[in-house]
Ligand binder design. Structure first.
Ligand SMILES: [Fe+2]
Ligand SMILES: [Fe+2]
Length: 358
């Protein structure tokens, strides 16, 4: 069994409004980018494909999906203790990351309205979907007598600047990993309905199709920019982003192993499957993918997660700041060391096989 950390009790900003979790490297972040560079993107090489995806987004297949049907209208007081805290934590993290997507897409759409109308329209549809996702999760939090103050979050979170190229790589990956995270939980719940303790999971099948379409849009955008995949620098960046997304996922799943166990999901198997599937999917967009079949691949990732858990335990301990600082150094060094070992595992070239898998 994977050892997870205790879920902290709920802190309130004001009555009924949950205080956002402290920002760390692993909490969902808010992003901003170089909007002038986005305005100048030339998509002519893949314009037909992008127009087709925009038409799909416009069709809005999920416009009637995010409805709180009768199943939601009941008291959820029977969910108590560790289960309640772990579920609220899941809702909060998911809501924050969906809302982060909404803010970025909305701003992108607004800033390039006149200069790049087709992309502006696409980002507007993406923002529409993410707003729905975040809103639906926030309403689920209200079932537990809590909510997130999204306008407070908008004003008070730190915004991280990412150059446009990084935004394209990371948003593509986060949409595709989001797809696999949702669909694997959905399939598990379909086979094991006893674990379906709240109706949100039933919504995941159509929900994850939104994420899939968002990922496809970013794939087309990425492929329309040859400098993002046809040279050695791009291959090094792709390798880096695949690795950081997979390492972050592993650390988050291991840190919250109790939540996955509550769902009846084996955290290690779930993590490995999400990573393997996302990596395979990424072969459609990226010039290389990681070799998840390497005998040490998942073992190295787990070493990162174990060292991360020790850092969290240390942070939560009553030791003094200076002791914490010095005890953290070897743990951080270990994470960097295992990440480096992972980075050096020979990747798989996908350019030759892409046509076959598309
Ligand atoms: Fe979403
Ligand atoms: Fe999305």
């Amino acid at each position: 069994m994977v050892k997870s950390l205790e879920t902290p009790p709920v802190e309130l900003l004001k009555p009924g409004v949950k205080a956002p979790v402290q920002e760390t490297l692993l909490t969902p972040r808010f992003y901003t980018t170089d909007f002038d560079a986005v305005a100048k993107i030339d998509i002519s090489a893949h314009e037909e494909e992008i127009r087709a995806i925009v038409e799909e987004l416009k069709a809005d297949y999920n416009r009637h999906h995010f409805v709180r049907d009768d199943e939601f209208k009941q008291s959820w007081d029977q969910i108590q203790g560790e289960k309640r805290l772990a579920f609220i934590d899941f809702l909060e993290r998911s809501c924050t990351s969906e809302f982060s997507g909404f803010l970025l897409f909305k701003e992108l759409s607004r800033r390039i309205k006149d200069s790049n109308p087709l992309l502006s329209e696409a980002f507007d549809y993406l923002a529409r979907d993410e707003a729905r996702h975040a809103g639906f999760l926030n309403k689920s939090m209200a079932d537990f007598n809590l909510s997130l103050d999204l306008s407070y979050l908008t004003k008070n979170r730190t915004y991280t600047f990412f150059p446009l190229e990084w935004v394209i790589y990371t948003v593509y990956l986060s949409e595709k990993i989001g797809y696999w995270r949702y669909i694997l939980v959905y399939r598990h719940m379909e086979k094991n309905p006893d674990f379906q303790f709240y109706p949100l999971f039933r919504k995941f099948e159509s929900w994850c199709q939104d994420e899939n379409r968002h990922g496809d849009f970013f794939k087309a955008l990425l492929r329309s920019q040859p400098q993002l995949w046809n040279n050695w620098k791009a291959r090094l960046w792709v390798r880096f982003f695949l690795l950081t997304v997979f390492a972050t996922h592993t650390m988050t799943v291991f840190e919250r192993a109790n939540f996955y166990e509550i769902l009846g999901v084996h955290p290690r198997k779930y993590n490995n499957q999400v990573i393997e599937e996302t990596n395979k999917t990424a072969a459609r967009a990226f010039p290389i993918i990681l070799n998840t079949n390497h005998p040490y691949f998942f073992w190295y990732l787990e070493q990162c997660a174990i060292n991360n858990q020790k850092i969290i335990e240390l942070n939560n301990s009553k030791r003094g700041l200076i002791v914490k600082f010095f005890k953290k150094i070897p743990l951080m060094k270990n994470i960097v060391w295992y990440m480096l070992k992972l980075y050096l595992i020979k990747p798989i070239n996908t350019e030759k096989t892409r046509q076959a898998v598309c």
